[in-house]
Design a protein around this ligand. Sequence first.
Ligand code: G3P
Length: 215
Amino acid sequence: MQFFIDSADIDEIQDALSMGMCDGVTTNPSLVAKTGKPFRKVIDAILDIVDGPVSLEVTTLSYDEIMAQARELAAIAENVVVKLPLTPPGLKACRTCYSEGIATNVTLCFSPTQALLAAKAGATYISPFVGRLDDISSDGMRLIEEILSIYEHYEFETQVLVASVRHPQHLAQAAAMGAHVATIPHKVIGQLFKHPLTDLGLDQFMADWKKVPAG
Ligand code: G3P
């Protein structure tokens, strides 16, 4: 399973990389805005240190404008993945990107049929937003299960990228289901390390080590 970090913050990305927990990066306009820095400055810094796939989102809705942005973004670096909206123009652009060899991540997916459309359009990744479904009392992880089983029937190449991950349980379930990728906020990566028995055990080992005679 691949771990992407869902962040545009260079310190968070660097930290995840140093732990071997960053196979790639996903960004979106909200994450870029949060940095308070210009888009190009943010993405150049990320692309300087990340070799894996880096998703950069288009910020326009018409097919022609999406394609212009997609080509521009894809030309920045080989590992750029163009993030496209799950709309008719977005999926039409996905198809064009597929034929031009541009990697894509179709975002804001909330239903199995949307995921099916993205796979047929040739998406490299589909991003179902599990946390946002949970937010409206739906079942985000059930969607992942449904998409994975549809993709398996037809052997689509599109990879399921679990997005809007909010807590470790999302990741545990995604891994158990065999999701290809999860994009994880830095805070959740930190939570994944935590177990009270690890802390208790370490306290005990540290205390006992002090009892070992020197020499
Ligand atoms: O990967 C998509 C993500 O950035 C959205 O997360 O928590 O805003 O739903 P969230």
